[in-house]
Ligand binder design. Structure first.
Ligand code: SF4
Length: 318
């Protein structure tokens, strides 16, 4: 492979407001996680941010994160923006107790003594539904079940009361019951602390349970963005429609077949020309979709990137 630049995420323009949950959905390889990790500059090398703006509106005024110093980013992590991952062990240290990790995070950002930080740790473990928090605070991560570890990671993420929580597939590794409990917990904590949540998920069912707004991503771009209710009730983009058809739903006739989306997401370095979804699209227009790149245009109260909706759909200037 040559050493040129491959854009894993390109031209994404999203907003998450206080108290709101924005779900970013799409299959694996759509650029959701890279986009979310870019916010806190956690992209693994050789990945890097080539340009753009990421603005955090703090009480003291807006702060630009692209190009921010490491010192400022360290302040912002946990205190303003916290992140939870699919695998709790990505954030938790094996060799330290849960409590000592929460205490360290709190004391790094707030001028509080050890005893007060420990009280905060116990309170947060209790708040996320960990039984006997006074004892569990001294447990090591490996002594907890998967669901409990996930809760402990959320407790750590929320211990500094961030204004934005980025949750990257936070329930994917969990059974359905624990998944539902964690989602409910996130909703409750959001109500209590008024924080914004950016939820990254491949599962539209998970997004449907918590999202206020929704962005569907395909190959590093947003293809549909709008109110979650609207997108889920009647998706406009053929990719969003296909994702919805592939999802089991309550109330759907039991004999209705779920339809898998044909083909695979190509790697970013093999991005198709024109609309990147065209090799997999069941509404592809030959001679147009493979050469013209669609723009995001307003369609019925949301933004959609598909040539079917562009005003010049019938004009032939390509
Ligand atoms: Fe399908 Fe063409 Fe729309 Fe792309 S632009 S989603 S290929 S109809």
């Amino acid at each position: 492979m040559d050493d040129g630049v491959v854009a894993a995420v390109d031209g994404v323009d999203l907003r998450v407001r206080k108290g709101e949950t924005l779900a970013i959905v799409g299959e694996s390889g759509c650029g959701k996680s890279v986009m979310a990790r870019s916010i806190l500059r956690l992209v693994d090398p050789p990945g890097r941010i080539e340009g753009g703006r990421i603005t955090l509106n703090r009480a003291s005024g807006p702060v630009e994160l692209v190009g921010a110093s490491h010192k400022l980013l360290r302040q912002i992590r946990w205190q303003d923006i916290a992140m939870v991952f699919q695998e709790p062990m990505a954030s938790l240290s094996l060799v330290h107790t849960i409590g000592s990790q929460i205490v360290e995070a709190v004391r790094l950002h707030e001028n509080v003594g050890k005893a007060a930080a420990r009280r905060r740790a116990i309170e947060m473990l209790d708040r996320v539904g960990i039984p006997m928090p006074q004892r569990r605070v001294d447990a090591y991560p490996f002594e907890l079940s998967g669901g409990m570890r996930q809760r402990a990671m959320i407790a750590m993420a929320l211990s500094c009361h961030p204004s934005l929580l980025i949750a990257d597939e936070p329930t994917t590794a969990l059974d359905v019951t624990t998944q539902a409990q964690i989602l409910e917990l996130l909703r409750d904590l959001q109500d209590e602390f008024g924080m914004a949540i950016m939820l990254i998920t491949h599962d539209l069912g998970v997004a449907a349970q918590v999202a206020d707004s929704m962005a569907v991503m395909y190959l590093g771009k947003v293809v549909e963005y709008g109110a979650a209710e609207q997108v889920l009730a009647a998706p406009s983009h053929p990719y969003a429609q296909a994702l919805l058809r592939s999802m089991p739903r309550l109330g759907r006739a039991s004999r209705t077949r779920l339809t898998a989306i044909k083909g695979m997401v190509p790697p970013p370095y093999a991005r198709p020309d024109g609309c990147t979804f065209h090799p997999r699209c069941d509404r592809v227009m030959a001679g147009r979709c493979d050469s013209v790149e669609p723009r995001l245009v307003p369609v019925g109260g949301r933004d959609v990137s598909c040539l079917l909706y562009e005003p010049d759909h019938h004009g032939e200037d390509e």
